[in-house]
Design a protein around this ligand. Structure first.
Ligand SMILES: [Zn+2]
Length: 441
């Protein structure tokens, strides 16, 4: 009896405080994501839905069509992705994406093209490319071999000389910025944005609580304006043309999945597509699995990143004549595009352009216009926004307010002029659009 009492006392004084500390810890860790789940994110969601109703039709000023596309993403061809064409195309259809320029990691030093997925799948244009050594490279041609053992500058030159497209990937990292063969650079990369966070715990807890219902907002919670990268872009554009685009860098690989092996057992796969073990199907675990889906999975717990969320996040809106690889890549290299965070508002209809003194359209984002000819820099937007004009990295003018239009005509001098547009679906202005510059010379 005495012994039992002593034991209970030990439990009381050691275990209970530990349980208490654990509970307090859990409350501290999950209080914010839970608050977001029940209060903040439903509010944001309603605000964005109400904001969508304010959409205005925009006049066509370019004579070109608009195609929405994602660049820098991975499929099964990469060692760290299992994405199939079903996963990619169903996500693209759901999010109104017209083209995907893949950048799968090569299998060796000799990288042959075409490889992986290529063509038009259910109306979605897919073109293979490569991500290696800080490159986003698309040869855009049949029977190409890229030799990654050759020095980087030569790889870039050879690719571009043969009609390919070469952009800087992961621009938070060091590069040889003076290599003029690089035609463009990432001005936003979701993955780079995550990497700059000092702690991943708040991100993980947010996705654990909000990953299903409010994944778009959990994504947005990670967003930071990429100030250093934008400054680099502006500084490069003062002496050379380099187009800016957004990279989704999507692998759809921070999740847990399972599939059948040939012998009927189940193989588990974790983060970064790492195999996690094999188990037999039994009475005890059968309930967890469904019939294999189109990609063969019998269990999917998509914890953080999915194609469909990325395809509604940073999207490139390209002005082009037709949905073909030569035409889309041609306009990408010219800079006839802008990036928009699509889940805030679909930016189709937006345009930024230069008008002559006689009111004639002289060129659009990515184009060069003679200073002697320019009358106004203008933008039209399907949604009201706040427009910030930036010349060679310095803010020239901010028009605050509720405008669907923007015009700048005062004191235009030589330089690269780009526009950032924010929208205000709720209480705060949110970065929404980054355009390529118009070069006045
Ligand atoms: Zn990547």
């Amino acid at each position: 009896m005495k012994n039992l009492k002593r034991r209970l006392r030990i439990i009381k004084y050691t275990c209970l405080p530990l349980v208490g500390i654990l509970l307090i810890g859990l409350v501290v860790i999950f209080a914010k994501p839970l608050w977001r789940h029940f209060v903040t994110y439903p509010k944001y969601q309603k605000q964005v839905e109400a904001f969508a109703l304010r959409k205005k039709e925009c006049p066509d000023v370019t004579g070109l069509k608009i195609y929405r596309g994602v660049l820098h993403l991975h499929s099964y061809w990469s060692h760290d992705s299992k994405g199939t064409i079903y996963d990619l195309v169903s996500a693209a259809k759901l999010r109104n994406i017209n083209f995907m320029f893949l950048t799968d990691h090569p299998h060796g030093d000799r990288d042959t093209f075409p490889r992986g997925y290529r063509g038009i799948y259910d109306g979605v244009l897919v073109e293979p490319g490569s991500e290696k050594q800080g490159f986003d490279a698309w040869p855009l041609k049949d029977s190409t071999i890229v030799d990654w053992k050759v020095d980087k500058d030569t790889v870039a030159r050879n690719l571009v000389k043969n009609g390919g497209m070469v952009f800087y990937a992961h621009t938070e990292e060091p590069h040889n910025w003076s290599n003029e063969w690089f035609q463009g650079m990432e001005i936003y990369n979701f993955h780079s944005n995550v990497l700059e966070k000092t702690s991943t715990l708040p991100i993980l807890t947010d996705f654990l609580i909000n990953g299903y219902k409010y994944r778009a907002w959990a994504y947005r919670g990670i967003f930071d304006r990429q100030t250093k990268i934008l400054a680099r872009w502006d500084s490069l554009n003062t002496h050379r043309k380099i187009v800016g685009f957004s990279a989704v860098d999507e692998h759809e690989n921070v999740n847990f999945r399972a599939r059948y092996l040939k012998d009927g057992r189940v193989q588990w796969m974790g983060v970064n597509t790492k195999p996690m073990g094999v188990m037999k199907v039994s009475f005890w675990n059968r309930w967890m699995f469904h019939e294999p889906d189109q990609s063969g999975w019998i269990f999917r717990w998509m914890l953080v990143n999915t194609y469909e969320t990325s395809f509604n996040n940073s999207v490139n809106y390209v002005f082009a004549d037709s949905l073909t690889v030569p035409n889309i890549s041609h306009h990408l290299i010219l800079g006839h595009h802008f990036t928009a965070f699509k889940f805030l508002a679909d930016a189709t209809g937006f345009c930024y352009f230069g008008e002559g003194k006689d009111g004639k359209m002289l060129g659009m984002m990515g184009d060069s216009i003679r200073l002697a000819d320019i009358g106004k820099l203008k933008a039209i937007s399907p949604f009201p926004g706040r427009f910030t004009l930036i010349r060679d990295g310095k803010t020239v003018e901010v028009t605050a307010g509720d405008g669907f239009q923007y015009a700048f005509e005062k004191s235009l001098t030589k330089g690269a002029y780009r526009l950032e547009v924010e929208v205000k679906p709720g209480d705060e202005w949110q970065p929404w659009i980054y355009t390529n510059p118009i070069y006045l010379y």
